[in-house]
Design a protein around this ligand. Structure first.
Ligand code: AMP
Ligand code: ZN
Length: 459
């Protein structure tokens, strides 16, 4: 089955052809560890997890590198405000990032390189750019990238070179398109940096944010690799600058496919620290939601669509996910149920949807199509259970674990009675089904009939 991804570079859905058969090199811009991640950041990391899992589902051997930006303008500012070392400051945010990642069932990358431990590689790249006459030094000792020397500048974010402001420079890591300028590769130490500096061949200072990713991706994936991802706000300037640095230094194409996730919004605006309109995974937990409800919410929207975060949407996601867990509980794994054809159809649609630029809403619809067929038949068995676990390799909703934990809470006797009640209902023996319902009630269990079938809850 061919796999297609929307490539920001070509602005088209391109067929995915890896450089080496069966293998994929994937680089993801990871968190800037200056604060706790908000769920907007986590949406992008979830998109990357779906990408990784889909590639694995299709049999690719994925080498995924996700960097940790542990030195930049924001981390330095934060550590100084607290009067602690950069390492002490970033350590707790790195830890919390991994805790969030595990809570959301985001698979670990093969390597999580930290910028602070790859400064020599950055220095090497900057030296090459200077030797090639593409980088220049300013009076304070900082080194800038001369964008006029790279004819391809702007090719990812699609703006024209004549929009450039010749000779203008920007030292900040983050800036707007209107400020497009020569950008800092190396920032000479000044007092504001305190004890954050490296003494290197190119002087005393620290790297700019963009060179970090060029150097770390090359270290682990080589000069050219398959897929680079991030959120849409990374397209400019970060990824544009990564291309300029890597391609000018190495003389070869940097990346084949660029994939970017749209933003999570609140009231029509990007969720962000600066707008103070953000929630963390902790906030979500404090409101009583399992983190996987957020994962489910994200799966319900295509990654290239903006997604509005509301508690109402979280409630809907919660109910649907609980119903899915209940559905799993009711499957009888010990015998087949004759739904092979429905299973095969669901599997085809599921894989086709994901291979079509990670269309998770359509993939979920395929899963629910199968759920519906099981409910129409009245019960489902082993082949449905196995298919659901296959789907869960990509969905990552921990379907088996939840089914097992819920199942272990509901006594077998109760599950058997529920099954008998279903049987009575299917044969339209409503007197018997009511009698069993009362019997369950007497034992302390309430039966609820949901669109996904019946479920029991303690009274
Ligand atoms: P940062 O920690 O700021 O470097 O961001 C980590 C990732 O989160 C980047 O890929 C950003 O593009 C992404 N990101 C930031 N804000 C949002 C948002 N509101 N929705 C989705 N992704 C976001
Ligand atoms: Zn990056």
């Amino acid at each position: 089955m061919t796999m297609k991804f929307y490539n920001t570079m070509t602005r088209d859905k391109d067929e995915f052809r890896p450089m080496e058969e069966g293998k994929v090199g994937l680089y993801t811009c990871g968190p800037t560890v200056y604060d706790y991640a908000h769920v907007g950041n986590l949406r992008t990391f979830l998109f990357e997890d779906i990408l990784r899992r889909t590639l694995e589902y299709d049999g690719f051997d994925v080498k995924h590198i996700m960097n940790l930006t542990d030195v930049d303008d924001k981390t330095i500012r934060g550590s100084q405000a607290q009067g602690i070392s950069l390492d002490d400051y970033t350590a707790k945010f790195i830890e919390s990032f991994h805790a969030d990642r595990e809570a959301l069932n985001i698979e670990a990358a093969e390597v999580f390189p930290r910028a602070t431990t790859h400064v020599p590689q950055m220095v090497e790249m900057i030296k090459t750019l200077m030797e090639k006459g593409i980088a220049y030094r300013t009076e304070d000792g900082s080194i800038y990238y001369d964008i006029a020397k790279f004819p391809g500048y702007g090719k990812l974010s699609h703006f024209k070179m004549d929009e450039l402001r010749a000779g203008a420079r920007v030292k900040a890591d983050e800036y707007e398109k209107a400020q497009v300028s020569d950008f800092a590769l190396w920032k000479a130490w000044d007092e504001a940096d305190g004890d954050v500096y490296w003494d290197t061949e190119i002087g005393k200072g620290r790297p700019g944010w963009h060179i970090e990713c060029s150097a770390m991706s090359m270290e682990y994936l080589g000069q050219t690799f398959d897929i680079h991802t991030g959120g849409v706000d990374n397209i400019f300037p970060h990824h544009e600058n990564e291309i300029a640095q890597s391609e000018a230094a190495n003389g070869v194409r940097f990346v084949d496919y660029w994939l970017h996730a749209e933003h999570l919004q609140v009231d029509g605006r990007k969720m962000s620290k600066s707008l103070s309109n953000f929630y963390t995974l902790k906030d979500i937990g404090a409101k009583g939601y399992d983190p996987l409800v957020f994962r489910y919410l994200v799966l319900g929207a295509h990654y290239r669509s903006k997604l509005n975060f509301t508690w109402q949407a979280m409630d809907t996601a919660k109910i649907t996910l609980e119903n899915l867990y209940d559905f799993m509980c009711r499957l009888d794994r010990t015998k087949v149920c004759g739904l092979d054809e429905a299973v095969a159809r669901a599997k085809d649609t599921f894989a086709e949807a994901l291979n079509d630029d990670l269309n998770t809403p359509v993939a979920l619809a395929a899963v629910f199509g199968l759920v519906k067929e099981v409910n129409v038949q009245g019960s489902g068995g082993k082949e449905v259970w196995d298919a659901m676990l296959e789907f869960d390799k990509v969905l990552g909703l921990r379907l088996a674990e939840h089914a097992d934990s819920v199942r272990s809470e509901v006594p077998q006797e109760v599950l058997d009675l529920l099954e008998q009640r279903q049987h009575a209902r299917r044969s339209k023996d409503f007197a018997a089904s009511d009698r069993i319902r009362d019997e369950l009630l007497a034992k302390g269990w309430v039966v609820e009939d949901t669109p996904e079938g019946p479920r029991v809850k303690p009274k």
